[in-house]
Design a protein around this ligand. Structure first.
Ligand SMILES: CC(C)(COP(=O)(O)OP(=O)(O)OC[C@H]1O[C@@H](n2cnc3c(N)ncnc32)[C@H](O)[C@@H]1OP(=O)(O)O)[C@@H](O)C(=O)NCCC(=O)NCCS
Length: 211
């Protein structure tokens, strides 16, 4: 099996950001939420967000999946990555900040709603937050996402903590098959910016065995 789980480090960030951009490019809401153009300042802001998480946030854990049979370049071996937060104490939640190239009003409407749901559902509880999960589009459907989810669940099981996440339509079925349950559905109307359908995010929980 050529897919292997490894720790994600600062050196992986450029490839990680490239995967993030490519993974969300087909999302029908991306043109409304992030219409661009993206000056260097905006790329720097996104990069600095992750550098801070990697270097300073004691709750954050970053992991990647590599394909050991990809021989070109070590960097190219990375096919997917994830960020989880282990909140042994209730977290301090703060709103996401959006850089140039974002539709700030639309983003604040969507992520403001996401934060309100998160605060209501797990804001006062110790838990593991599966914040980000993305697989390079050419590498999807090979099990990298499942490997990362299973890693997060093993961490949570060891700690006896539930896992919370906000699922995109792409991830929803996969999370259900990995034992998550829907606890709520957040529908956001972005039609004033041209969206044809409601934006949907499923709030999901997974509970450790024996808890
Ligand atoms: C959601 C996402 C992370 C899934 O990653 P992935 O690496 O494709 O995940 P997997 O390969 O483990 O599973 C995907 C599907 O492939 C299937 N699969 C897994 N291993 C497989 C294999 N060896 N052969 C064939 N199919 C396989 C899984 O059963 C799953 O099917 P399902 O969607 O019907 O449940 C990916 O689609 C993505 O990055 N999407 C864009 C960003 C996003 O929405 N992220 C989630 C935010 S909550």
């Amino acid at each position: 099996m050529p897919l292997e789980l490894r720790v994600f480090t600062l050196a992986d960030l450029p490839r990680g950001l490239e995967i993030e951009k490519l993974a969300y490019a087909p999302n029908p809401f991306t043109p409304f939420l992030f219409p661009g153009p993206f000056p260097e300042e905006s790329k720097k802001m996104r990069s600095e967000y992750f550098i801070k998480a990697l270097e300073q946030d004691q709750t954050a854990r970053h992991v990647k999946v590599i394909d050991t049979e990809i021989e070109d370049d070590e960097n190219e071996q990375m096919v997917a990555w994830a960020k989880v937060h282990v909140y042994k104490e209730p977290p301090e939640l703060s709103p996401r900040v959006f850089g140039p190239g974002s539709n700030v009003e639309a983003c604040e409407k969507l992520w403001g709603g996401i934060l309100a749901q998160r605060t209501r559902l797990v804001g006062a509880k110790p838990h593991v937050y599966l914040h980000m999960l993305q697989t390079h589009p050419t590498q999807q459907g090979r099990g990298a996402g499942t490997t990362l989810i299973q890693w997060a669940l093993e961490q949570a099981q060891e700690l006896g903590l539930p896992v919370y996440l906000e699922a995109s339509p792409d991830g929803h079925g996969l999370y259900l098959r990995n034992g998550f349950q829907d606890v709520d559905l957040l529908e956001t109307d972005l039609s004033q910016w041209g969206a044809k359908d409601m934006h949907r995010i499923w709030n999901m929980m997974w509970y450790p065995k024996g808890a």
